[in-house]
Design a protein around this ligand. Structure first.
Ligand code: HEM
Length: 415
């Protein structure tokens, strides 16, 4: 039945120990015991962001994830919020980069998603297979040249998605490195320091994209930016602001996520030698192994913010109008109500209806691309690195302080 989370927290022991937060290093390293308690005792947990003193409500049960993302009582569109709320949560973001799929509700979302899907087609993605294989191969050689102790993240997992999406969009290779900084600013928690940096990064990015658009308008090429411009010009239904924001989202949305999926997934394999061996012996398991990585150690932990349009109640907890709610995809993917032996890493798991790519109308647009990159990368790693192992003790690995892009700071490998 529905419990009143706040009432219980007064009698039962509190969710967090003194001074502990969702971002404490030991929680980052292993959030799963906390998430289990949340699912069982605090299905609607009040989380305070320690830096800004803002709070949001966090939902961790699988069935709640499915229902919240399709609940019309919530909005993802900041322009529908009172000015004060919008400033507090989004004041550091540049409006011209903020009108994309994740910040609009239907019917705007329906219109934009159908336009973008015309350019970002499964066929266009599948055509990339040979090129992605070549990029992976090249990166692997660079990694192996480092001998013992090469950082898999820096030398392979992060460069891969950047090169792929930059080529797909038609961004010149010499400009790629600048994205890392811009992307990090995008994912930074909205602390006071980060706000200034984020705004600056956004402004540079915006200016940069403006120049690229101008070039492609004059001389269209066979790239995704030209295709999006064509979609815009034919239909006249994607505004300039929406176009810039969409390209921005495509650039930043697949970068940290895909990089961390590869890092977390490889780490999981190395920590489960039997599963690694099983995969080595049967490469047809690679697609299901990728799905299991998305479930067991997915990089997109907390969803983006969703705001209550009106006062409402969830599991007996009152949510005020304009309060923020987030779902926790990683916690939902360990829910024993949905998955048998949820804490087991099983590269052959079926069924596996994980929510690592989200759910509903905002389901990840880049999922086919991320899946393709991950399966090609893993296949090559298995083939070329028969002796790969961690070059450090797993408990020495440091986890990044972000719950938006879950991953380790570095992943040293030996071959
Ligand atoms: C949306 C995860 C890779 C583009 C999402 C959402 C999740 C997600 C969870 C929904 C967010 C929410 O509603 O709270 C991931 C993961 C990835 C990945 C785990 C890699 C392993 C990519 C790539 C791209 C991409 C490679 C594009 C190149 C997008 C876009 C949306 C989205 C455009 C918004 C879709 C919409 O609102 O209609 N992703 N993503 N993602 N993702 Fe990904």
């Amino acid at each position: 039945g529905a419990f009143h989370a706040k009432e219980r927290s007064m009698t039962a022991s509190p969710l967090f120990a003194e001074g502990e937060t969702l971002w404490s290093p030991h929680v980052r390293a292993n959030p799963f015991p906390l998430y289990k308690r949340m699912r069982e005792e605090f299905p609607v947990a009040r989380i305070t962001d320690p830096q800004l003193g803002m709070h949001f409500w966090l939902l961790t049960r699988y069935e709640d994830v499915l229902s919240i993302v399709r609940d019309p009582r919530f909005t993802q569109d900041p322009t529908r919020l009172p000015e004060e709320v919008r400033q507090r949560f989004f004041g550091h973001k540049l409006r011209s980069l903020s009108r994309h799929l994740l910040t609009v509700d239907p019917p705007d979302h329906t219109r934009m998603r159908s336009l973008v899907s015309k350019a970002f087609t499964p066929r266009r993605i599948e055509e990339l297979r040979p090129r992605i294989t070549a990029i992976c191969s090249e990166l692997l050689e660079g990694l192996m040249a480092h001998g013992s102790g090469g950082d898999f993240l820096k030398l392979f997992a992060f460069p891969l998605p950047v090169i792929v999406i930059a080529e797909l969009l038609g961004i010149p290779p010499e400009d790629r490195d600048r994205f890392r900084e811009w992307t990090q600013a995008f994912f930074a928690p909205p602390s006071k320091d980060a706000q200034e940096k984020t705004r600056e990064a956004h402004q540079l990015f915006f200016k940069y994209l403006g120049e690229i658009f101008e070039q492609r308008r004059q001389q269209p090429r066979d790239d995704l930016i030209s295709a999006l411009i064509a979609v815009q010009e034919q239909g006249d239904r994607l505004s300039g602001e929406e176009l810039t924001s969409m390209v921005f989202l495509l650039l930043v949305g697949g970068y940290e996520t895909t990089g961390n999926l590869l890092g977390n997934g490889l780490l999981a394999l190395l920590q489960h030698p039997d599963e690694l061996q099983r995969l080595r012996e049967d490469h047809s398991l690679i697609p299901s192994a990728v799905e299991e990585m998305l479930r067991y150690c997915g990089p997109f932990e907390l969803s983006i913010l969703r705001f209550a349009k009106e006062e409402l109640e969830l599991h007996g907890q009152r949510i005020q109008a304009h309060e923020a709610v987030r779902v926790n995809y990683l916690a939902a993917d360990r829910d024993a109500e949905q998955f048998s032996e949820p804490d087991r890493f099983d590269v052959g798991r079926t069924p596996n209806k994980h929510v690592g790519f989200g759910h509903g109308i905002h389901f990840c647009l880049g999922a086919p691309l991320a899946r393709l990159e991950a399966s090609i990368a893993i296949e090559l790693l298995l083939e070329r690195l028969p002796e790969m192992r961690l070059a450090t003790a797993p408990e020495k690995l440091a986890w990044r302080p972000s719950a938006q892009a879950r991953g380790v700071v570095s992943l040293p490998l030996a071959f």
